[in-house]
Structure formats: structure tokens, C-alpha cells
Design a protein around this ligand. Structure first.
Ligand code: NAD
Ligand code: ZN
Ligand code: ZN
Length: 341
């Protein structure tokens, strides 16, 4: 096997390039994976800009990963063998802390997310805990790379227990919010997608999200009131990370409503907690995902969520540094960029 592998590394904020790093050495509980495709995520851009406080440098990026098993390891799922294509579950948990002990491994007290707390998998070959891989269905590698971000959207939908017939107001029409809206529709609910960019709302409409609101141009509360016959939204999902949007969740929610907070705000958000008590709202954090890869893959495989609707561009591995800069400068121009090796 080769001695070094190409990787996409952030030396420090605003400095990303291709480096040669030592070929990973695996433990007996790891698998070795030949990386084939990967998504570039908003969090990679946050790491590039130096705005993600969880990231330390230098850091190899990448957590939305598709690859092929080169070497097996103890704990590998029974349905996977060497040569199989897999998705990496990139949330490495300790297994001992309180949340891990109750099965909430996604909010492990010492969670290590690939490309954030520990080196990621934007490299030719990567090692990964053998138990944290999921068998991929037979579909295009670039489409499979959508599984991880789709689990984020699914987790918000599951945390807020979205049911058929309910109105789900979703703030943020980026990849996460848009896929949450598409999943809400698959569940028989009525998504209402809210964004300040007309371009993103028009796109969402073009792929079947009927109800959209631009709060910088319309009276968002009145529109939701009319749409819900005065009730307001039974579920609100925040997927923009804007402080004002987090505050708006309380306004958009019905009495006895549920709110899911997925967006990562950069700063603290003051909230009128009297509204939470008055409406008796349930507010759920939604961090990464847990046990949701199979459903994400099923949605993509059956094209209930059409991958072509989410992928804006497919690029080559060597183009990643240039596209990280491009995404940092023009984030609204792309939903999801996938690189193939
Ligand atoms: N909880 C998690 O584990 C997790 C995982 C991935 C992403 N995230 C977070 O989810 C959020 C969405 O991710 P994304 O990749 O879709 O991001 P994105 O930047 O592509 O999309 C965010 C959207 O929010 C819109 N927006 C910004 N301010 C707004 C406002 N005031 N009102 C309405 N809309 C507004 C933007 O126009 C944009 O379309 C981000 O905050 C990201 O950090 C969380
Ligand atoms: Zn991501
Ligand atoms: Zn833990």
C-alpha cells in the first residue's frame, strides 16, 4: 500500500490546500476505507473561516463520506464485507457517558465529529471505527454523499415528532432546511419554508415546496396564521442559525407546539421564556443524528428525496480547496457540492 495519501487540510483559518499525509494505520477495531465521494458542508466553510469554535488546526476536513472497504475490523456490521461500498457515520462517541448510556450517542459528552474535533475523511484512504459504517445501496457515489446531511434534517423531523397533516414551519432553505421540508412532505405534513433569499425560495417551489415565505418582504406571522386557519404551526424547525429566526420560532409555533433547533447560532439568543410557558411549547435541540442513516439512504434510493434536486455541482477532489473559497464567498449560489475521487 502507498505510504502517503492526499488530503484536504486546513493549516489555519483561511488557509486550505492539498497535503500529503501519512497513510492511516488502523487498529483492530477500525476499518480502512478507500474514499470515493464527499460532500462539502457549511461546517467545513465555518472551519475555513475560523468561526467554528469546536475546530482546532491543522485539521483535515470532511464528514459526508462515501467509500469502499479495503480492510475489515472487529465490530464491522455483519452485512458488510471487504470491497463493499459504505457511508461513514462520522459521529465518534465514547460509549460510557450519561447520554451514551441511554442511547443518545449523538450528544455524547465527548463527541468527536470527523473534520471538526478530529481529522476528517477528505483523504484518499481513511481509517474509521468498524462499527460506525453503513452499507450503501446501489446508486451513484455522488448521490450517496447526501446521506449524512439528510440525517441531520431527519433528526430534526424525528425530534419534533412530525405527523401527517401538521404544518411544519422550517426556517432556512439551505440544504438542511430544504431537505427537512422535503421529508415533511414525504411524511404527509405541510411544510412552510421561510428564507430571506427569494432565489432559494423560488428553487424550493420549483421542486415541490408549495408554501414559502420571505419574512423580509411579507408579514410572516400573518401568512402562517392564514395558512393554518389561526392556529399557527404545530411544528417549527430552525435551520438557519440566525438569532432572529430562533426568536421567531416562538412566534410561529401554535399553542402546545413543538420546536426543533438545528441551526448553530454564532452567538447567544435572548428568548422571551414567558411565551414558552404561556403556549406550553416543547423545545428540542437537534444535534447531528442517531440511527438515521438507513432511513436517509432509503429516501434517496427510492428517490422520495431526489438527490438531483440537492446536488448543485459535482467536482474533482483536487478542486475542493478552490470550491471551499468559492463557497465561503458565495454561499447562496450552491446547495450542495460533491467531490469525487
Ligand atoms: N445541528 C446539527 O448537527 C447541524 C448539522 C449541520 C448543519 N447545522 C446548521 O444548520 C443550519 C443550516 O445549514 P445549511 O447547510 O442548510 O446552511 P445554509 O447556510 O446553506 O442555509 C441557511 C439558510 O438560512 C437562511 N437565513 C439566514 N438568515 C435568515 C433569517 N434571518 N431568516 C430566514 N432565513 C435566514 C439563508 O438565506 C440560507 O438560505 C446552519 O446553522 C448549520 O450550522 C446543524
Ligand atoms: Zn455536514
Ligand atoms: Zn459518550
Amino acid at each position: 500500500m502507498q505510504n502517503t495519501v492526499k488530503s484536504i487540510c486546513l493549516e489555519q483559518p483561511n488557509k486550505v490546500g492539498i497535503t500529503q499525509s501519512p497513510c492511516p494505520i488502523k487498529k483492530n477495531t477500525d476499518v480502512l476505507i478507500k474514499v470515493e465521494a464527499m460532500g462539502i458542508c457549511g461546517s467545513d466553510i465555518g472551519a475555513y473561516r475560523g468561526t467554528n469554535p469546536l475546530v482546532t488546526y491543522p485539521r483535515i476536513l470532511g464528514h459526508e463520506i462515501v467509500g469502499m472497504i479495503l480492510e475489515s475490523g472487529i465490530g464491522m456490521p455483519d452485512n458488510i464485507k471487504v470491497g463493499d461500498r459504505v457511508i461513514i457515520d462520522p459521529y465518534v462517541y465514547c460509549g460510557h457517558c450519561y447520554p451514551c448510556s441511554i442511547g443518545r450517542t449523538n450528544c455524547c459528552e465527548s463527541l468527536n465529529v470527523l473534520g471538526v474535533h478530529i481529522d476528517g475523511a477528505m483523504q484518499e484512504i481513511v481509517r474509521h471505527p468498524a462499527h460506525l459504517i453503513v452499507k450503501a445501496p446501489d446508486m451513484k457515489i455522488e448521490e450517496l454523499a447526501l446521506a449524512e446531511p439528510l440525517t441531520i434534517s431527519l433528526h430534526a423531523i424525528h425530534r419534533t415528532k412530525v405527523k401527517a397533516g401538521e404544518h411544519v414551519a422550517i426556517i432556512g432553505a439551505g440544504a438542511i432546511g430544504l431537505m427537512a421540508a422535503l421529508v415533511a412532505k414525504v411524511y404527509g405534513a405541510i411544510p412552510i419554508l421561510i428564507d430571506i433569499l427569494d432565489k432559494r425560495l423560488a428553487y424550493a417551489k420549483s421542486i415541490g415546496i408549495q408554501h414559502t415565505i420571505n419574512p423580509s418582504k411579507e408579514n410572516d406571522i400573518e401568512v402562517i396564521k392564514t395558512m393554518t386557519k389561526g392556529r399557527m404551526a404545530e411544528v417549527v424547525i430552525e435551520a438557519s442559525g440566525a438569532n432572529i429566526s430562533i426568536q421567531n420560532t416562538l412566534k410561529y409555533a401554535s399553542f402546545a407546539g413543538r420546536i426543533g433547533l438545528t441551526g448553530w447560532p454564532k452567538t447567544e439568543t435572548p428568548l422571551p421564556t414567558n411565551i414558552i410557558t404561556f403556549k406550553e411549547l416543547d423545545i428540542y435541540g437537534a444535534r447531528t443524528s442517531k440511527g438515521e442513516f438507513e432511513e436517509a439512504l432509503e429516501l434517496l434510493y427510492t428517490r422520495k428525496i431526489n438527490p438531483e434536486h440537492i446536488i448543485s455541482r459535482i467536482i474533482k477532489f483536487d478542486e475542493i480547496p478552490a470550491y471551499i473559497k468559492e463557497l465561503s464567498e458565495n454561499p447562496a449560489d450552491y446547495l450542495k457540492i460533491i467531490a469525487v475521487l
